[in-house]
Design a protein around this ligand. Structure first.
Ligand code: ADP
Length: 478
């Protein structure tokens, strides 16, 4: 079976968040199940530079405002189609914003990506005729719409929501320019609050909907968690499933990870000590194995709840713990964290930026990794933490609720605890969690057992891939 995956980022070529990790790892896991995935992504400068041999398979001289070519290429194990359209993608900065942090305003960029997904779905590349086209997030939300509105025969479509907060709204005046039929601009079609809704279109027209955890699948069907799309999601709830993400256990392997000073394993976590010392040095924290070291690796946004953490620093320090934060994002949070670090040298450390190697080192060296998100579709940091022996301390939302087993008395006595959960995601909730964490830290036997359970948890892609494969097969024939 051939599948086309359409996403705006893919690890290791271009990444701003978890979407890239999923788009990069799922194809390999599905390959092992006999499913051949090709991935379509935009030709950002970093992507074009990373390609080895690339052959044009389709081109159009006036495609969404300029010349465009679809290249077939390979990058490591990934089979790629790259939409090379310099007028849309040859820009500095990240996929969504320029170096000044301002988002690119032209909706043509991702409409063009989505349309290319539909073209490939209909056989634009010789020798490739996918049975399924799998769209990820708002950037490819129009792909299922283009295919459904274009009529049969067509491949089956799947729309996966990695984060409902990003929805892609486009002025309705652009309908024709974006190659969308005017008759579909209705509340039961493309229309969303007086505009074209890109994610809404995907949720409306795809044959199946998935999101990245069972709890998030339930949350987005509620008024509170549905971000204005809950009505549509409830109406289509029989097509919606939650499938947890995995992490790439070859990239995240503490026995072979070159970012660590010393390898370790679940059977012998002792060498984590060397990573802990290295983290303490990098963040200017006081040295020593006894003080509880809490880490955060995160985008800095309201979703991630780091303002809640800032409010709890007095309690954290009162427990004798120290804190290392690696993150980039909103200026206000960045300033707050920098000020907190300056006010508590040796106890609170903050490094602004995005650094894969340091993220690996922190997972290996911190005693606990904190994820105080207000909402979290799946979350990958806590999966990395489990694998690397850092106890995840998470708010009980979305995928965090589904992947961490709280160390309550029952779970501890049954020998299944893997971390701590707290609710609500508020100052009071986190203060209580920090108290529980400090108590667990002082019970080294319970701590070690919890750590060992976490390190043995199955956080890879095999099981999630099996679920995606079952869904694809279920869609055949449409
Ligand atoms: P989201 O996609 O909402 O940002 P996820 O937890 O799903 O959150 O995925 C985030 C991924 O990006 C994880 O692999 C995490 O380790 C990584 N990450 C986030 N911020 C940083 C950073 N500043 N440096 C390195 N890695 C980061």
């Amino acid at each position: 079976m051939q599948v086309l995956s359409v996403a705006s980022e893919i690890f290791p070529l271009v990444k701003t968040g978890g979407l890239a990790d999923v788009a990069g790892a799922l194809p390999g896991a599905l390959q092992a199940l006999g499913i051949e995935v090709h991935s379509l992504l935009p030709g950002y400068p970093a992507v074009l530079q990373a390609l080895g041999r690339a052959a044009p398979v389709w081109s159009e001289p006036a495609y969404f405002g300029g010349p465009a070519t679809i290249l077939a290429a390979e990058a490591g194990p990934l089979r790629l189609f790259v939409l090379d359209a310099p007028h849309l993608f040859d820009r500095p900065g990240n996929p969504y914003a320029g170096p000044d942090g301002r988002d690119w305003a032209d909706p043509q960029r991702f409409a063009a990506l989505a349309y290319a997904g539909a073209l490939l779905g209909r056989g634009a590349a010789a020798g490739f005729s996918p049975a399924i086209v799998h769209a990820h997030d708002w950037q490819s939300g129009l792909t299922p719409a283009y295919l459904a509105l274009g009529g049969a025969p067509r491949p089956a479509t799947v729309m996966t929501v990695h984060n409902l907060a990003f929805q892609g709204q486009v002025p309705a005046s652009l309908l024709a320019e974006l190659r969308l039929p005017a008759h579909a601009y209705t509340p039961d079609g493309l229309e969303y609050y007086g505009a074209i809704g890109m994610l809404k279109a995907g949720l409306r027209y795809a044959d199946r909907l998935t999101t990245v955890s069972p709890t998030y699948a339930a949350e987005i069907c509620t008024k509170q968690g549905g971000m204005s799309l809950d009505g549509l999601l409830r109406a289509r709830a029989d097509r919606l499933t939650g499938i947890l993400n995995g992490i790439d256990t070859t990239v995240w392997n503490p026995q072979t990870d070159r970012a660590l000073p010393a390898p370790f394993s679940a059977a012998d976590p002792g060498p984590r000590r060397a990573s802990k010392a290295a983290v303490q040095r990098r963040f200017g924290l006081r040295q020593g194995a006894d003080a509880l070291l809490i880490g955060v690796v995160s985008r800095l946004s309201h979703q991630k709840g780091l303002d809640i953490l800032l409010a709890c620093l007095p309690e954290l320090r009162a427990h004798g713990a120290s804190l290392a934060v690696l993150g980039s994002g909103e200026a206000g949070l960045q300033d707050g964290l920098a000020r907190a670090a300056a006010a508590a040298p040796g106890e609170v450390g903050f490094l602004a930026g995005y650094d894969e190697d340091l993220a690996h080192l922190m997972q290996a060296g911190c005693d606990a990794i904190l994820v105080p998100s207000r909402f979290e579709p799946c979350g990958l940091t806590q999966l990395c933490a489990l694998r690397y022996g850092a106890l995840p301390v998470v708010s009980r939302v979305g995928g965090l609720a589904d992947t961490v087993i709280d160390a309550n008395a029952a779970a501890l006595s049954a020998g299944v605890a893997t971390g701590l959960q707290f609710e609500p995601a508020s100052e009071a909730g986190l203060v209580r969690a920090l108290g529980r964490l400090a108590a667990l830290w002082s019970d080294r036997q319970a701590w070690a057992a919890t750590q060992a359970n976490g390190m043995r948890a199955d956080v890879g892609w095999r099981e999630p891939a099996r679920r995606y494969a079952a869904m694809y097969r279920d869609l055949m024939p449409l």
